[in-house]
Every structure is written in C-alpha cells, then in structure tokens.
Design a protein around this ligand. Structure first.
Ligand code: HEC
Ligand code: HEC
Length: 221
C-alpha cells in the first residue's frame, strides 16, 4: 500500500484570521499584485503569449535550466526576458507578473524535476547547521513542525503559496526573500540574492513538494 502523503501547505499553519483574509479576494492584499501583473501581461506580453493560463505548466516547472545552462527560477526568467524587451521591468513589476503567473497556475501540481548537481547541493544545505543559533532547515521544518516560534507556527516549508504578501513586510516578496529571512532568523550570514545557494535550495524544496498543487500568491504573517 502506498504511504499516505502527509505534506501540508504553509497556509494550514496560519491563524484563522489570516486564513479568512487569504480566502477573501476583496480584502486580500496579495490580490493587488495579481491584478497589477494581469494588467502588465495584457499590455506587454499577451500579444505573443495569449492568455496567462497558457504558461501554467511552464510556471509549475521552475526552477530549471535556461537556454544558457543556468539554473533559474520564474522571477529570474521574467527579469531576463524583460532585459531583452523594449524596457527593463522594475523589481516590483517582476513580482507582480510572478503573482499573476502563479495565480493563473493555481491548482497545477508542482512539476519541478531534479537537476544535478544543484539538487544535491540544496539537499546538503537543508541539513547543514548554520548561524549563531546553529540549526539547519531540517531541524525546524521537519523536527519542530507545529511548534510556535515567536508568533509563527513552524510549517513544513513547502513552497506552494509564493510569492507571499507578508504582513510584517507590508509588501509582497519572493521565495528567495523568505529563505533569506530564515537565514537571518538563525543569525547566519545572508547568501547573495540570485546566487546558486538560494536557487539550489529552491530546487530542492520544489522537488520535495513535487505533485503538490500551487496555491497562487498567499498571505503570511
Ligand atoms: C529556527 C527555525 C528555522 C530554521 C532553521 C529555518 N526556518 Fe524556515 N521558517 C521558519 C519560520 C518560523 C517560518 C515562518 C512560518 C512557516 O511558514 O514555517 C519559516 C518559513 C519558511 C518557508 C515559508 C513557508 C510558507 O509556506 O510560507 C520556507 C520555504 C522556509 N522557511 C524554508 C527554510 C529553509 C530552506 C531553511 C534553511 C536554509 C529554513 N527555512 C530554516 C523557521 C525556520
Ligand atoms: C515578441 C513576443 C514575446 C513577448 C512580447 C513576450 N514573450 Fe515571453 N516568450 C516569447 C517566446 C518566443 C518565448 C520562448 C518560448 C519557448 O520557451 O520556446 C517566450 C518565453 C517566455 C517564458 C518562458 C516559458 C517557459 O517555457 O518556461 C516566460 C515565463 C515568458 N515568456 C513570459 C513573458 C512575459 C511575462 C512577457 C511580458 C513582460 C513576455 N513573455 C513577452 C515571446 C514573447
């Protein structure tokens, strides 16, 4: 008999109030970025691509190797495409388009596949103690799941609900930003934005969450 799937989205670990905010599209602040991304899509992308949903399978497969052989996530791909276009997209526009694309891919199972050697690097980082607190990802996100840490309940760290509108940020942020927040939580030096370390971790997390449905831009505390 197949083992039961005990993986759970981060939204399961939210307070009831935040779950209600998440469910109410008229109040959910993440929705502002989705709408803005949809507008950008209509004016700058739809002429070639058609509807956003046509990219949902592609969205669910990041991070992956690009044509140049580099491991990229969706935001890297968007920033890169924008450079080839008439005008560079601002970081905020990249996040808006990411929110709109992940929204269109809601329900799509994560289809990221192992890319070596990055997957092994990510798995190793997952188990490596770091920072003054000297804990690895695995210690919190597998061994302390459900425990309180400050005002958060520690989740299993499945990246199904990104980008996230985090109330403590008062804005939307990528998975990369959330991962850097975990480094700072254990008082470890922050890995560089866009660097191999964070992309390898994202790859590892997405493969670990393979088959789980994407949930679109989500609220976090
Ligand atoms: C000291 C405990 C701790 C460590 C170590 C830690 N995190 Fe976290 N992490 C948290 C807390 C607390 C949150 C916010 C609540 C939640 O979603 O789990 C969080 C959130 C996350 C989330 C967002 C989940 C969601 O649905 O919003 C991801 C992904 C994540 N961590 C990955 C990692 C990775 C990868 C590492 C190792 C590089 C790591 N964390 C190390 C405590 C930790
Ligand atoms: C001039 C036509 C054109 C425009 C405008 C355009 N794209 Fe593309 N886009 C393409 C082509 C061609 C590809 C490559 C298709 C492929 O992957 O084979 C592509 C690929 C992509 C991919 C990668 C898909 C994958 O398979 O991973 C994404 C994401 C994307 N475009 C997003 C956008 C966004 C967002 C915009 C607007 C800011 C945009 N594109 C504007 C033509 C265009």
């Amino acid at each position: 008999m197949a083992q039961a799937d005990t993986r759970q989205s981060g939204s399961v670990y939210l307070s009831k109030q935040l779950q209600a905010l998440q469910a109410d599209a008229s109040q959910n602040p993440a929705q502002l970025w989705v709408l803005r991304g949809q507008d950008l899509w209509q004016t700058q992308c739809a002429s070639c691509h058609g509807e956003l949903v046509t990219l949902k399978k592609a969205v669910a497969r990041y991070p992956k190797l690009n044509a140049q052989g580099a491991l990229v996530n969706l935001e890297d791909q968007l920033a890169h495409l924008a450079k080839q276009g008439a005008r560079a997209l601002l970081q905020d526009e990249v996040l808006a388009l990411s929110a709109a694309l992940y929204d269109a891919a809601k329900g799509e199972p994560i289809g990221t596949t192992v890319v070596q050697p990055y997957y092994d690097q990510g798995a190793q980082l997952w188990h490596t103690r770091m920072g003054r607190i000297n804990l690895a990802c695995v210690h919190c996100h597998e061994q302390k799941v459900g425990r309180q840490m400050r005002a958060d309940t520690i989740s299993q760290a499945h990246p199904t609900g990104f980008p996230i509108y985090r109330l403590s940020w008062q804005t939307i942020g990528s998975l990369e930003r959330r991962l850097r927040a975990c480094y700072s939580g254990v008082q470890a030096p922050l890995p560089p934005e866009g660097g191999t370390e964070l992309r390898a971790l994202e790859l590892f997390l997405k493969v670990r969450a393979q088959g789980m449905p994407l949930e679109g831009a989500s609220i976090r505390r």
